[in-house]
Structure formats: structure tokens, C-alpha cells
Design a protein around this ligand. Structure first.
Ligand code: HEC
Length: 106
């Protein structure tokens, strides 16, 4: 009985984690969040359809990151990339993930 209870708690926990990262961003809102950012992604990254021409970081047109990958990068700031988790809300980071992943998926 104890084990069953633990299983249920684990499932609930995993479920909650998944729900938090379900794609829910709005790509058009994401475009505006990116435009309003001080240190815009375009300083470092290239993404032709968004007008980014930076060359200091991986070219996003080539990398073609999916939603989760963008979200993680924006949250954590891998390597030389700054983390945006202090500057942006969760919703804004989801919006950016929706925007970038849509732009590179075509
Ligand atoms: C100061 C330069 C800089 C800025 C600004 C920047 N990035 Fe990056 N980004 C990097 C660098 C450098 C890497 C490669 C990090 C590594 O893997 O070492 C990277 C990696 C990434 C990756 C790939 C992560 C992976 O899984 O390999 C994504 C996606 C990404 N950035 C998106 C963004 C977005 C979206 C923004 C704007 C909100 C942004 N970056 C702003 C420098 C920057």
C-alpha cells in the first residue's frame, strides 16, 4: 500500500513537471519580447526571418532548435549565453520558445 502511494506521488510530480514545459507560448508575443530585449538574441545569433545577423553564437537557421531546446537555452544560458530567467517571466520565455521554434521549422 505504501509503495502504491509513493507511485502515485511520483506520477503526480512527473505530471506537474511535464505540464510546466508543455508548449504554451504565443509566437507573435515572442517576436515582441525578443524585439524589446536589451541584449537581443540577434546580437549573437543569426536567424534570417527575424532579422538576426549575429555571428558570435550558433546560427539558429542551421541549428533549428525545437521548443524545449530554446526554452532551456533562454532559461539557463548555456556557455557564453546569458540566462534570461531573471529578466523575463516564464510566459515570456515560453513565447520566445514558440517564436524561434516556429521560425526555424519552416
Ligand atoms: C551574448 C550572446 C548571446 C545572446 C545575447 C543570446 N545567445 Fe543564445 N547562445 C549563445 C552561445 C555562445 C551559445 C552556445 C552555447 C554553448 O553551447 O556553448 C548559445 C546557444 C543557444 C541555443 C542552443 C542551445 C543548445 O541546446 O545547443 C539557443 C536555442 C539559443 N542560444 C537561443 C537564444 C535566444 C532565443 C536568445 C535571445 C533570447 C539568445 N540565444 C541570446 C550566445 C548568445
Amino acid at each position: 500500500m505504501k509503495l502504491v502511494g509513493l507511485g502515485i506521488v511520483t506520477l503526480l510530480f512527473l505530471g506537474a513537471c511535464q505540464a510546466a514545459d508543455t508548449p504554451r507560448g504565443d509566437p507573435e508575443a515572442g517576436r515582441m519580447v525578443v524585439d524589446n530585449l536589451d541584449k537581443s538574441c540577434g546580437l549573437c545569433h543569426t536567424l534570417a526571418s527575424a532579422g538576426f545577423e549575429g555571428t558570435a553564437a550558433p546560427n539558429l537557421d542551421d541549428l533549428r532548435p525545437g521548443y524545449e531546446r530554446v526554452l532551456n537555452a533562454v532559461r539557463r544560458g548555456p556557455g557564453m549565453m546569458p540566462s534570461y530567467s531573471d529578466a523575463l517571466t516564464e510566459d515570456e520565455m515560453h513565447d520566445i520558445a514558440a517564436f524561434i521554434s516556429r521560425e526555424v521549422s519552416g
